[in-house]
Design a protein around this ligand. Structure first.
Ligand code: AHG
Ligand code: MN
Ligand code: MN
Length: 337
């Protein structure tokens, strides 16, 4: 059998970090476990009505929860039980969750997450995801603090996403390339299916919510027109692809080549996506895969984090496409980025 499981891969890679004691490896294992539990629940999402779970309480007597709250609770429970992080930041919690327990008090890391990305797609059987980002703590001991999270994306020690799609995949980096694992449901293991993922330098797809067109900066409007022009030499027009689950759009573009843009709009003057647990981890992954992630003007991972739920515009994907979009931003919208 020529299969490498996530567990085997992590043990092999442990040798890349001679001074580490395996905490990061165990944290990745914890993420894998929570991902399997959430995947099981996502797979059943459409069954809720016919299983009679329509009321507030399901057949096991448990309260029926929205899937994003369920995912949040599962990941928090896995991190608390694993003992490798001293605090958690989540899109679903206004404040950080410090962990005050015997097993976590010497934990080296903090973790930030978007437990369920693409939540508007849950009810319609379209891919959703989980995004995570790991930092070394800055505080010395005890439960983690808000300051532990106030770091630039360049300080991440690991980041990744889980995509609950037609198959479930875990894609992550620890700064030595990007590897993708597909869940084999028959054995319940994530198996290495996409070793050393690299994104094409040029792509043919652009992903943006064009419904907001009227509110985009001029640089984005002009770049979109560029994407739509006919030009054989550069393979234009590009195709427009937008799922509305950032993880799914970015996963597709990572593999096939493309650009994902969530710019500022007049409604969201700082953009919509969050720096800490959406943009920074996705930026780390795409850079590790040879792509780029910027605000349209600056590198995402160098932006100082001043607020936990801070937003930023995002231009992410194939390096040539991001460069071209930034040229348009510099020419038509520089003062706004
Ligand atoms: P979340 O479900 O965690 O709130 O994130 C949704 C994000 C992102 O995944 C997606 O690309 C984008 O919001 C979609 O936003 P629009 O519906 O405004 O296009
Ligand atoms: Mn999200
Ligand atoms: Mn979310």
């Amino acid at each position: 059998m020529n299969v490498k499981t996530l567990g085997q891969f992590i043990i092999e890679k442990q040798a890349d970090f001679p001074y580490a004691k395996g905490e990061l490896s165990r944290l990745l294992r914890d993420i894998g476990i929570a991902a399997k539990i959430v995947n099981r629940e996502v797979n059943k999402a459409g069954l809720v009505d016919i299983l009679g779970e329509t009321g507030e309480t399901n057949i096991q007597g448990e309260r029926v929860k929205k899937l994003d709250i369920y995912a949040n609770e599962q990941f928090i429970a896995a991190f608390k039980a694993g003992g490798e992080v001293c605090a958690i930041a989540s899109e679903e919690n206004d404040d950080i969750i410090p962990i005050d327990s015997e097993i976590s008090k010497s934990a080296k890391y903090v973790i930030a997450m978007d437990p369920l990305d693409g939540s508007s797609n849950i009810d319609v059987n379209v891919s959703v995801g989980t995004i995570f980002s790991v930092y070394r703590r800055l505080s010395l001991s005890g439960p983690g603090t808000l300051e532990d999270f106030m770091q630039r994306g360049t300080e991440q020690v690991a980041a990744g996403y889980v995509i609950y799609g037609s198959s479930c995949m875990l894609v992550y980096t620890t700064g030595k390339g990007v590897n993708g694992f597909t869940l084999d449901p028959s054995i319940g293991e994530f198996c290495l299916s996409h070793p050393n993922m690299q994104t094409p330098k040029e792509g043919k797809m652009y992903s943006i919510n064009e419904g907001n067109y009227l509110h985009f900066p001029d640089g984005v409007k002009k770049y979109l027109k560029y994407c739509q022009e006919e030009d054989k030499a550069t393979n234009r027009p590009y195709s427009s692809r937008y799922i509305g689950s950032g993880v799914a759009d970015i996963h597709r573009n990572l593999i096939k080549g493309g650009i994902y843009i969530y710019p500022t709009t007049t409604k969201s003057p700082n953009g919509k996506l969050r720096l800490l647990y959406e943009c920074n981890p996705l930026a780390y992954l795409i850079e590790q895969a040879g792509g780029k992630a910027t605000t349209g003007g600056k590198r995402i991972m160098e932006i100082p984090l001043t607020e936990l739920h801070q937003r930023t515009p995002l231009f992410l994907g194939s390096s040539s496409m991001v460069d071209k979009a930034m040229e348009f931003m510099a020419k038509y919208s520089l003062e706004k980025v």
